[in-house]
Write a protein that binds this ligand. Structure first.
Ligand code: ZN
Length: 110
């Protein structure tokens, strides 16, 4: 049975290594930092299978209102590339939002 202190120290390390699980082999230990992606997200290297992955893609940190704003810009006739440049991110992100937004819009009547 884990004591209170074990729980705290455990939480401390898991918080710092949140999402650090290898998508390929599922290893949760020995997940190293391995530079950054072009989008500025932290990249990780799995020590077990040597694969590189991104544990926390940056687009998660972008708030909903910003996505909506980007979608609005697109509906006003701006290209995804242009919107992407405006928000300093890759235009494929913008296109994906557009697709996701269209799906949400179809299910929700606004
Ligand atoms: Zn791995």
């Amino acid at each position: 049975m884990a004591s209170k202190y074990d729980m705290i120290s455990c939480m401390d390390t898991t918080e710092r290594n949140m999402g650090r699980t290898c998508p390929k082999c599922g290893g949760a230990s020995h997940q190293m930092n391995s530079g950054f992606t072009r989008a500025g997200s932290q990249r990780c290297l799995c020590w077990h299978c040597k694969c590189k992955y991104t544990p926390q893609p940056k687009e998660w940190a972008i708030p909903e209102w910003r996505r909506k704003e980007a979608l609005k810009m697109m509906t006003l006739g701006n290209s995804g590339r242009k919107v992407g440049a405006y928000y300093k991110m890759h235009h494929t992100n913008v296109y994906r939002w557009a697709v996701e937004g269209a799906k949400k819009g179809a299910s929700k009547s606004t």
